[in-house]
Design a protein around this ligand. Structure first.
Ligand SMILES: [Fe+2]
Length: 176
């Protein structure tokens, strides 16, 4: 089983379909923040960045008169559940290791608790906490971060650079 890169995940038609909806700009920003936090905290940057890239792929669009209806969205939101499921299916399809795919899916499931009747704040693992914090750091009021655009070319460039950094770290670990 080969290593699955962020760029491979990003280019897949399923990722393209769902990240177009929830915002490529936000997905890439959160991935970069998650990389930084994982490096600072000595957590696994591969799992953190994959979960960050896909964390919002479960979003639905709630439009009313051509605009996103934020209140309507709040009422029906299960994006973390959908996202965890979609991400897991996609990763397995791409040949991801099953243990990693599960960890990534759970980090997506718990990246927010706004859809749950209780808080998961005290129960997040350090990896899950990174996705939660990275997402918060890129959030804009009224879901504005979902509207910001980014060309695929720029997204691929930025994700390639993260893929390379992760590769360098793992090469270094292996040569030690
Ligand atoms: Fe998000």
């Amino acid at each position: 089983m080969g290593y699955v890169t962020l760029v491979e995940i990003f280019k897949h038609p399923i990722t393209q379909k769902y990240l177009r909806r929830s915002g490529v700009h936000h997905a890439v920003n959160v991935t970069e923040i998650a990389y930084r936090l994982a490096s600072e905290r000595k957590e696994n940057p591969e799992l953190a960045t994959k979960a960050a890239l896909l964390h919002d792929m479960g979003h639905f669009e709630w439009y009313r008169e051509g605009k996103w209806d934020y209140d309507e969205y709040r009422r029906h939101d299960i994006h973390a559940i959908k996202g965890a499921e979609r991400a897991h299916k996609l990763l397995i399809r791409l040949g991801e290791n099953r243990v990693k795919a599960k960890e990534i899916a759970i980090a997506i499931l718990l990246h927010t608790d706004s859809y749950l009747p209780f808080s998961v704040k005290e129960f997040r693992t350090p990896l899950q906490q990174i996705i939660y914090e990275a997402d918060e750091m890129d959030e804009l009021p009224k879901g504005g971060h979902h509207y910001l655009q980014m060309e695929n070319e720029e997204a691929i460039e930025r994700l390639t650079s993260i893929d390379q950094k992760i590769q360098e770290v793992s090469d270094k670990l292996q040569s030690n």
